[in-house]
Design a protein around this ligand. Structure first.
Ligand SMILES: [Zn+2]
Ligand SMILES: [Zn+2]
Length: 253
């Protein structure tokens, strides 16, 4: 299984528009972060998790010509606003499968009503094939995916486990029984916004605490704010099996 980090930045991306913060002015490519998303490939299957406002740019950069589906963690715009840009895939492949909580599908139907229209649909609009996720394993591409439910302030969000790889973003708290689903991982990806406390995101210390409890072989941090600091400085301070993810990084599991 191959995982490519399409984006590793928090909701505004890095650089933040108009910001003169040193991290936003950095010339290191690892300090440029599009909105969070990953591409996951195995055998001939290709899935993405989330479809934010940078989706088009990310798929061009990854040279990804085909997708088998999109899994959504939650409905926030930094994870969903790029849905219209599935059009090239739709034109070539037909309806694109999407997987999301019923509440998230409802939000997508409201925001992108023309995509879900069934009567008098505009000819250029894309179409999707809806799949409702509950907190039960579901199959994609011959793999059983285990949803991990967590809380993002007061909003429920899903993370996903594929074999020994798990991807969690926009989590603040994870219940004990959900943590049980994250044992014996080769790779854990987890959100770590910045050093100071935040109401809806794990900060660095809280993410490291969870990594310490779960003890995956390797962990990668994502959904990063410019306030966390320069990539190379932060990386030096991390434990030896923990890495700050950066855009275009790809790992094999
Ligand atoms: Zn987010
Ligand atoms: Zn969010």
């Amino acid at each position: 299984m191959k995982v490519t980090f399409l984006g590793t930045g928090t909701s505004q991306g890095i650089p933040v528009i108009g910001s003169t913060h040193p991290v936003c002015l950095s010339t290191n490519p690892k300090d440029k972060r599009l909105r969070v998303s990953v591409l996951i490939e195995w055998h001939d299957y290709t899935y993405v998790i989330d479809c934010g406002p940078d989706f088009r740019q990310q798929m061009l950069r990854a040279n990804c010509n085909r997708i088998d589906g999109i899994l959504f963690t939650h409905e926030h715009a930094d994870h969903t606003a790029g849905l219209d840009d599935i059009r090239p895939y739709f034109f070539r492949q037909g309806d694109i499968p999407i997987y999301a909580h019923k509440r998230v599908l409802g939000e997508l139907e409201r925001r992108f009503d023309y995509i879900f229209e069934t009567e008098n649909k505009y000819p250029g609009a894309p179409s999707v094939q809806k799949n409702i996720i509950t907190n039960e394993p579901f199959d994609v591409g011959g793999i059983s995916v285990i949803p991990i439910s967590g809380m993002h302030y007061n909003l429920q969000v899903f993370g996903f486990r594929f074999h020994n790889f798990a991807y969690l973003t926009d989590m603040k708290t994870i219940a004990e029984e959900e943590m049980e689903k994250l044992k014996n991982l080769d790779v854990l990806v987890i959100n770590a916004l910045r050093e100071s406390e935040h109401p809806s995101h794990l900060n660095l210390e809280q993410a490291l605490d969870i990594i310490n409890i779960l003890k995956p072989k390797r962990a990668y941090l994502t959904h990063i704010s410019h306030l966390l600091g320069f990539h190379d400085d932060v990386q030096q301070k991390l434990p030896e099996n923990v890495f700050l993810a950066y855009d275009t990084l790809n790992i094999t599991i």
